[in-house]
Design a protein around this ligand. Structure first.
Ligand code: VG1
Ligand code: CO
Length: 615
């Protein structure tokens, strides 16, 4: 294969948000050089950072959630990577299907320089959906802002990209020479000889002796690797699979897993089916990965999982345990019989169990030690309550997993989580849906494997209620407002920040809960000292800050802006209200929500009276 240089020009807006670039699939596939420009910019930044000789010996990993656009992106990546001096590309698969946590695990296991995740995660897929890509560093974690902004700057000045072409297209099967690579066949390695720029012209000249580099060029390798193996092995090292097997064998225990047609299908099949031997119940839903996720929005919330939720809330004998993941497998949702676990509560409960010495026999935690915990700022402070009770440090970071990675690398925390159905430990550097689900199964095993005959088993609901009774409850709800015109939303947010930092918002008089304090959240990373500014506005409706609203603009929407308003009210166990869990969280936080809409001008300036989604 010969390296060739192709002129191109910058494409505006190739900017990384909360978690990679997310764009409309149509925009991506209809913009010439969209993939080429971004991959080339990535490689330019890699060369600048590590040097070309390092890249010559380096491995990158690639995988994705199988969405529309990924196959074309993968083909482009092969041509660009080969031309940009990379030595080895590990394509996880088959078909480059791998969950985001599995990509993180593979980067770490292979000692790779980094990895590329072809995913827009929980965003819808297909030609009318979204496409996305993100880069992860050698620790397996999403690249920090300092790195992604270099890529973005590069996309704004790019004038050429490098790719390879077959020196003799007819003889070498296809224009780019990669037609012989069958992505279904894992455990194969393909090697290519890469000739430098100019070699192609020289080869086609009447006198091929004039080949500029007679050293034979360098080698580029494509390794097709089983995505499930490394990941499943990692899980077996953390959880006690024998005990989980025993739990799933209990006569009255039924579970359902919904993969939402995303990339977790093969992983769940291997873990629950092959490893844990669970075939009893029609447990596996939407397990086949599809490029458009069957037209389903692959975000595991009550709206998108309506059928599954209905099954759990029916009066028939509903299953005992339900779980689902998003398209790229980093999110999870836990259901119990007539019960849904709120993700912020789930994080607090996980910490509580991780701290129990006898739970170590079910789930091994970072050398048996819980060093600290971290949550994203909008996540409820339920986990703070557990942490402070046990004298554990709790860090509060901006939204997005990348902000946890320095804390994990420095050994400051062992458990992290977000209100958006994300949780994870120090085993990788991404949130991990199946890990969280295995964690919950371990909690159930911890309670139910040694139940005396005739006595009642412990359900998901029992576990959550016991937690509330002990620590109190953080009533919580997120309101999302979709489809706000982007410049309007951004202007409104800047004004709100100004009014909060200038203190004007405190002088507004509005019926309902009164505002005690407000601030704009700026975060300084305790490890490298870097700042992430303007990460959301916080309104506190009580002096102890336990009644609050947080407002921020989503960084994962592909076109228009989404406003997220997070509402929280803490009720201590001795307040009596805690036992009134039949009450929906929404009724407890509705007054804060209404007040936030009025204080922040969501009604008057954005013209929105009620949210499009409550989560
Ligand atoms: C959302 C969530 C955030 C999560 C991010 C990526 O971001 O709020 O907690 O880390 O998605 O998750 P935003 O900026 O839209 O609020 V995923 O599963 O889409 O990688
Ligand atoms: Co995701």
């Amino acid at each position: 294969l010969c390296v060739v240089q192709v002129p191109t020009s910058p494409i505006p807006g190739q900017k990384t948000g909360t978690s990679g670039i997310r764009k409309r699939t149509r925009e991506v596939t209809q913009t010439p050089n969209f993939f080429e420009n971004w991959f080339q910019s990535l490689f330019d930044v890699l060369v600048e950072r590590y040097g070309r000789t390092c890249l010559n010996r380096a491995t990158l990993v690639v995988g994705g959630d199988g969405r529309e656009g990924n196959q074309a992106a993968l083909r482009t990546l092969l041509r660009i990577a080969a031309a940009n001096s990379l030595q080895r590309l590990i394509v996880l698969g088959p078909d480059a299907i791998a969950t985001t946590p599995a990509i993180s695990a593979a980067i770490r296991a292979a000692g790779a320089l980094g990895g590329i995740a072809l995913t827009a995660s929980h965003n819808p897929g297909g030609v009318d959906g979204d496409w996305g890509v993100k880069y992860n560093m050698e620790n397996g974690g999403p690249a920090p802002d300092s790195f992604t902004s270099l890529i973005y700057e590069r996309t704004l000045t790019i004038s050429r990209y490098l790719e390879v072409e077959a020196s003799d297209p007819e003889a070498l099967c296809g224009r780019d020479g990669f037609d012989g690579v069958n992505f279904k066949r894992i455990q194969t390695v393909h090697r290519f000889r890469i000739l430098p720029e100019g070699a192609r012209d020289a080869l086609q000249s009447p006198n091929p002796d004039r080949l500029p580099h007679s050293d034979g060029g360098r080698t580029f390798e494509i390794h097709l690797v089983d995505a499930t193996a490394t990941y499943v092995e990692l899980m077996e090292g953390i959880f006690h699979f024998e005990r989980l097997r025993a739990l799933l064998r209990l006569p009255n225990f039924n579970m359902v897993y919904d993969a939402m047609y995303g990339s977790t299908g093969p992983f769940a099949f291997m873990i629950f089916g092959e490893k844990l031997g669970y075939w009893e119940y029609p447990w596996f839903r939407r397990g086949q990965y599809l490029p458009d996720f069957g037209g389903v929005h692959p975000e595991p919330n009550l709206e998108n999982l309506a059928d599954l939720v209905a099954e759990f809330f029916s009066d028939e004998d509903s299953p005992d345990f339900g779980a689902a993941s998003d398209a790229d497998g980093d999110r999870y949702l836990i259901l119990g019989r007539k019960f849904v676990v709120q993700p912020s509560d789930s994080l607090a409960i996980m910490l509580d169990y991780a701290l129990r010495p006898d739970f170590a026999a079910y789930c091994r935690f970072d050398g048996g030690l819980i060093r600290g915990v971290a949550r994203s700022m909008p996540t409820s402070s339920a986990v703070d309550v557990v942490a402070s009770r046990h004298n554990i440090r709790c860090y509060e970071t901006p939204t997005g997993w990348k902000y946890f990675c320095n804390l994990l690398d420095a050994g400051l925390v062992s458990l992290c989580g977000e209100e958006s159905c994300g949780a994870g430990g120090a085993h990788i550097r991404e949130k991990d849906g199946l890990w969280a689900i295995l964690f919950w199964l371990s909690i159930l095993a911890y309670h139910n494997l040694q139940v005396a005959p005739g006595s009642k088993s412990t359900s998901v609901e029992d576990i959550v209620r016991a937690h509330w009774a002990h620590y109190g409850r953080n009533y919580y709800e997120r309101w999302d407002f979709h489809g706000i015109e982007r410049t309007t939303a951004e202007r409104w947010m800047r004004n709100l920040e100004r009014s909060v930092e200038g203190g004007e918002i405190l002088s507004l008089r509005i019926d309902g809960p009164q505002l005690y304090a407000a601030d704009v959240f700026h975060y300084q990373d305790p490890v490298d000292g870097s700042w992430a500014r303007n990460q959301g506005v916080r309104l506190f409706f009580s002096s102890d800050r336990r009644m609050r609203a947080v407002l921020r603009l989503s960084g994962t929407s592909s076109a228009d802006a989404t406003l997220r308003v997070y509402l929280e009210k803490y009720v201590a166990p001795n307040d009596g209200d805690v036992q009134a869990v039949g009450e929906l969280a929404s009724s407890f936080v509705a007054d804060i929500g209404r007040a936030a809409l009025l204080y922040c001008g969501i009604v008057s300036e954005l013209g929105r009276e009620r949210p499009d989604l409550r989560a």
